[in-house]
Write a protein that binds this ligand. Structure first.
Ligand SMILES: C[S@@+](CC[C@H](N)C(=O)[O-])C[C@H]1O[C@@H](n2cnc3c(N)ncnc32)[C@H](O)[C@@H]1O
Length: 284
């Protein structure tokens, strides 16, 4: 489709939400100083950290990794590590999935709030808030749940699938709640419709005052951070609501936690892939 056809057929809502997705991912800003990526995935970042911490990667190799040019397809797939100030690492396809799910529950009147567990710089939740604003929806809340200090060290005794996980050492994953609020303010989207739940999921999620959920998005990167959320929030998801797993394809521990939960609860709703990492199902 030519650019002029996009402009002539797109609604103002499409134009706003497309622009938000591009800016939140810094798609199209490559080379501007805002769009560069450290060209390693979340998963290989763990290996990169391990090498860095426990010897072998020479400084020259680190510089080489950081100097790789950004590929626009990386932003579409959410591949790579945003090095600058992008508010989300999840990419355009997973943002489009959020829009599809949120618009489906709005259109069909499926009641409930929108929750993300694992918000990092806040981009996915900012996008959720933008979608509600674009539809004039005022009766749903956004819940942004995070430690706002990075991931916990693995508890290998309780969650053997997390053994050896080193993401807790990644300072880049520790973003304060004030920074995330500033990111919402940057888009004029911080208001009383957004609630921040700060702390380790194990301690906060079981007692979080969330009553009913239409879209539950999990992005905690670990077995423990996935299973705790499913066990405590799944029953609050309304039939017709969505469960989105950011790391289902890419991180084996997250897939295992999801499959363990689905088997225990005998959930057979089909899991559909979004891109090379994310997947979702709709609760029947
Ligand atoms: C990959 S990042 C989330 C990316 C984000 N959804 C985005 O749009 O870019 C993972 C986040 O999960 C949080 N996290 C992981 N496990 C957690 C836990 N057990 N308790 C609290 N926060 C956790 C980390 O602090 C981090 O911000």
């Amino acid at each position: 489709m030519s650019d002029s056809r996009v402009l002539s057929t797109a609604t103002p809502r499409d134009l706003y939400l497309d622009l938000m997705a591009r800016v939140l991912t810094r798609t199209g800003f490559e080379g501007s100083g805002s769009g560069g990526l450290v060209n390693v995935s979340k998963h290989s970042y763990a290996a990169y950290l391990r090498d860095l911490l426990f010897d072998s990667l020479a400084p020259a190799q680190v510089a080489l990794v950081q100097a790789l040019p950004a590929d626009p397809e990386d932003r579409a797939e959410g591949r790579g590590w945003p090095s600058a100030d992008a508010e989300t690492m999840i990419g355009l396809r997973r943002l489009a999935n959020i829009r599809e799910c949120v618009e489906a529950v709005i259109t069909e009147g499926t009641p409930g709030d929108l929750v993300e567990t694992g918000v990092w710089r806040g981009g996915a939740t900012i996008y959720m808030r933008a979608i509600l604003a674009a539809h004039g929806v005022t009766d749903r809340q956004i819940w942004a749940c995070d430690s706002f200090e990075g991931l916990p060290p693995p508890s290998e005794e309780h969650f053997p699938h997390d053994a050896g996980d080193v993401l807790y050492t990644a300072e880049a994953l520790a973003v304060t709640v004030e920074q995330v609020k500033d990111n919402f303010r940057r888009y004029d989207l911080l208001d009383d419709k957004v609630t921040f739940v700060k702390g380790w999921f194990e301690e906060t999620i079981p007692s979080a005052p969330i009553e009913q959920i239409a879209v539950l998005r999990l992005d905690g990167d670990m077995y423990s951070s996935t299973i705790v959320v499913l066990e405590n929030l799944y029953d609050k998801v309304t039939p017709g609501g969505f469960v989105i797993l950011d790391d289902y394809v890419e991180i084996a521990a997250c897939r295992q936690a999801t499959e363990d939960f689905r088997a225990k609860r005998e959930i057979t709703d089909p899991v559909k892939a979004i891109d090379r990492s994310g997947a979702f199902w709709r609760k029947s």
